[in-house]
Design a protein around this ligand. Structure first.
Ligand code: GLN
Length: 542
C-alpha cells in the first residue's frame, strides 16, 4: 500500500483540539493494525519552540532525539505509544532557514527566490519526508493556526498543491471547525463553519471531511445542511462532542464511524476491527477510582494549564494505574514562603516541585522541598525542582549556607548547581541545552531501583545546569544519595533521601515518556506513596 496522507486544518477559532483529534484518529487507525505517524507544521517564525516562554504556547515537549517541539507531539506520543522525532515538528522558521541556507550556497543561482514555488516546495518536501525515511501506511499532518491567518497561507497552498499532485485516494483533507451553541437563542449555529470552509475553498482546498466540535449533539438535518453548503457528502460531516477526558475522544470518534469513513475514502480495505482493549481498560480504571489523593504542584506557570501539560497527563496515567483520583492543587511558587507553607502544603499527600528557568519563584520551591522533607510528605522534584531540593539540603542539612545554583547567582561562593564546561562556552540559546534521551545507571537497592525494577534506564533531558560533582561526597555523607548517574559523564541524574518514605529528585523529565498504556514508573510510585501517606495520616487522626 502506498502511504496515505491526511491533512488536518482548523477553522473558526484556535484551541479546538486539532492535536487531540489528529491523535485520536491516528489511534483508531493504529488499532486497526496500520502504521501511523503524525507531524505538526507550525506557522510561526521561531525555528523551534525551545526559546518560547511557556505562557506563549504552553510546555515545550522534547523528543527522544532531542528536538524541542510543540506540546501536541506529546499528545501524539501518549495516544500512539510510539516516539516522534525532530522531523515531526516543522515551523515556518525552519522552512525559511533551509531555503535561505540553500540560497546562500548558490543552489538557486540566477533565480528569484519566492514564497511560491520555493517556500511551498520546501513545505511539500517536508510534508512527504517521513514517508521516505520509514514505511508508514498513514501520515497525518496537522497544520497549526487557523485557516485565514496570513502566516498559514503557504501551508494551505502546499496542501492545495499536494491535493492536486497526489493520487486522489492517497490524500484526504479534514477541516475541524466549531459549531457554537447560542444560549439566548437555544440553538446550534453552523454559519461559522460555512464561512470557514468557504475561506478554505477560496484558497483552492476542498475538504473531504468536516469535523464539528460541539457542546451538544448536532441533529442529522443540520449535518445535511453543512454538507450541502460545504460541498461534501452527508456522511462526511462528523461531530465531536466535548468529552470527560481527552482519552475518551477516540471512542467518541469511533461511535461516529470516523475511522470507517476515512478508510473508505482512502480506499484502505480489509483492516481488522480496531483493538482498543488496553485503551478501554485504562479508561475504565480512570473513570472508576477507588481512592483519591491531593498533590501540590509547585511552579511559577500555574496560571496556565498547558505549561505543565505532560506532568498533568502523567498524573492521569499514574492515577489510573493506582485506581486513584489525583487532585492537583496548583501552588504558585512565587507566593510560597516559610509563613504560609504549612497552610498551603500541610493537607497535601504529595508535593511535586516543577521544572523551570530563572530566578522567579525559586525561593518558594526551596521552601516546598524543605517542608516535604521535614514533614515526611512524599516529594518529587523534576529538573529545577530537583536542583532546588539539592540547594535546600545543602543549606539546611549540610550546613553550606551560601549554596546556590549559578543560574541565579553566577558568582556564588558555593556553586552546588553549576554549568558544565561545554555549556560555559556557548554563545547561542536555541537548541543548545542538554536535550533528549540519555542513559542513566541506577544504584542497586536504591528507591530508584525499586521504582524502575532495573539498573539501566533512559530518560529525556532539557537543562543546562547540573549537580556539581565536587559536592557529591559531602552530600552523600549527609544522607542525600546520588542514586542515578550518567555512565559517560558521571553527572548526577537522581537524588534521594534514605531517612524519608519517598523523596526523589530527577534531573531528567520523566513526564515526557508517560503514556496511558505505559505509565511512567516514578509517577506511579509517587501516587502510590501519596496513597500510603494519606492512609497513615487517616490512621493517625482516627
Ligand atoms: N533552569 C534549569 C537548567 O537549565 C532547569 C531546567 C528545567 O527545569 N527544565 O538546568
Amino acid at each position: 500500500m502506498n502511504t496515505k496522507f491526511i491533512f488536518v486544518l482548523g477553522g473558526v477559532t484556535s484551541s479546538l483540539g486539532k492535536g487531540i483529534m489528529s491523535a485520536s484518529l491516528a489511534k483508531l487507525l493504529q488499532a486497526r493494525d496500520l502504521s501511523v505517524t503524525i507531524q505538526k507544521f507550525d506557522p510561526y517564525i521561531n525555528v523551534d519552540p525551545g526559546t518560547l516562554n511557556p505562557y506563549e504556547h504552553g510546555e515545550c515537549y522534547v523528543t527522544e532525539d532531542g528536538a524541542e517541539t510543540d506540546l501536541d507531539l506529546g499528545h501524539y506520543e501518549r495516544f500512539l505509544n510510539v516516539y516522534t522525532t525532530k522531523a515531526n515538528n516543522i515551523t515556518t522558521g525552519r522552512i525559511y532557514q533551509s531555503v535561505i541556507e540553500r540560497e546562500r550556497e548558490g543552489v538557486y543561482l540566477g533565480k528569484t527566490v519566492q514564497v511560491i514555488p520555493h517556500i511551498t516546495d520546501e513545505i511539500k518536501r517536508r510534508m512527504l519526508l517521513l514517508s521516505k525515511t520509514q514505511k508508514y501506511d498513514v501520515i497525518i499532518t496537522e497544520i497549526g493556526g487557523t485557516v485565514g491567518d496570513i502566516e498559514s497561507l503557504p501551508f494551505v497552498e502546499a496542501v492545495r498543491q499536494l491535493q492536486w499532485e497526489l493520487p486522489e485516494e492517497n490524500c484526504l483533507v479534514i477541516h475541524l471547525t466549531l459549531v457554537p451553541y447560542l444560549k439566548a437563542a437555544k440553538e446550534l449555529k453552523t454559519k461559522p463553519t460555512q464561512h470557514s470552509v468557504r475561506m478554505l475553498q477560496q484558497n483552492g482546498v476542498q475538504p473531504d471531511l468536516i469535523v464539528c466540535r460541539t457542546e451538544y449533539p448536532i441533529p442529522q438535518e443540520m449535518k445535511r445542511k453543512v454538507a450541502l453548503f460545504c460541498n461534501v457528502r452527508p456522511n462526511a460531516v462528523i461531530e465531536i462532542l466535548d468529552a470527560k477526558s481527552i482519552y475518551e475522544v477516540p471512542l467518541n470518534m469511533m461511535r461516529e464511524q470516523m475511522d470507517e469513513i476515512v478508510l473508505d475514502k482512502m480506499g484502505i480495505k480489509e483492516t481488522p476491527a480496531p483493538d482498543l482493549k488496553q485503551w478501554k481498560a485504562f479508561l475504565n480504571r480512570l473513570f472508576h477510582p477507588k481512592v483519591d489523593v491531593d498533590v501540590a504542584l509547585v511552579g511559577k506557570y500555574v496560571e496556565l494549564q498547558d505549561a505543565y501539560k505532560s506532568i498533568l497527563e502523567s498524573f492521569i496515567h499514574a492515577g489510573a494505574a493506582n485506581e486513584c483520583k489525583v487532585r492537583i492543587h496548583y501552588v504558585h511558587s512565587e507566593q510560597l514562603d516559610e509563613q504560609n507553607v504549612a497552610e498551603k502544603l500541610g493537607e497535601m499527600h504529595g508535593v511535586l516541585v516543577a521544572p523551570g528557568f530563572g530566578e522567579r519563584g525559586v525561593s518558594g520551591k526551596i521552601v516546598a522541598a524543605r517542608y516535604a522533607r521535614e514533614h515526611q510528605i512524599p516529594f518529587f522534584g523534576i529538573c529545577l525542582g530537583m536542583q532546588m531540593a539539592v540547594v535546600e539540603y545543602a543549606r539546611n542539612v549540610m550546613g553550606i549556607k551560601k549554596a546556590n545554583t549559578t543560574e541565579i547567582e553566577p558568582n556564588v561562593d558555593e556553586p552546588i548547581i553549576d554549568l558544565m564546561e561545554d555549556q560555559k562556552r556557548l554563545a547561542t540559546k536555541g537548541g543548545t541545552m542538554r536535550l533528549g534521551g540519555y542513559t542513566c545507571l541506577i544504584s542497586e537497592g536504591s528507591l530508584a531501583h525499586k521504582i524502575y525494577g532495573k539498573t539501566e534506564i533512559r530518560e529525556r533531558h532539557r537543562h543546562r545546569y547540573e549537580v556539581n560533582n565536587h559536592y557529591v561526597p559531602r552530600m552523600e555523607a549527609a544522607g542525600m544519595y546520588a542514586s542515578g548517574q550518567n555512565p559517560d559523564t558521571g553527572l548526577v541524574e537522581i537524588v534521594e533521601l534514605s531517612n524519608h518514605p519517598f523523596f526523589i529528585g530527577v534531573q531528567f523529565h520523566p513526564e515526557l515518556k508517560s503514556t496511558p498504556e505505559n505509565p511512567q514508573p516514578i509517577f506511579v510510585s509517587f501516587v502510590k506513596a501519596a496513597k500510603e501517606y494519606k492512609e497513615r495520616q487517616d490512621n493517625k487522626n482516627a
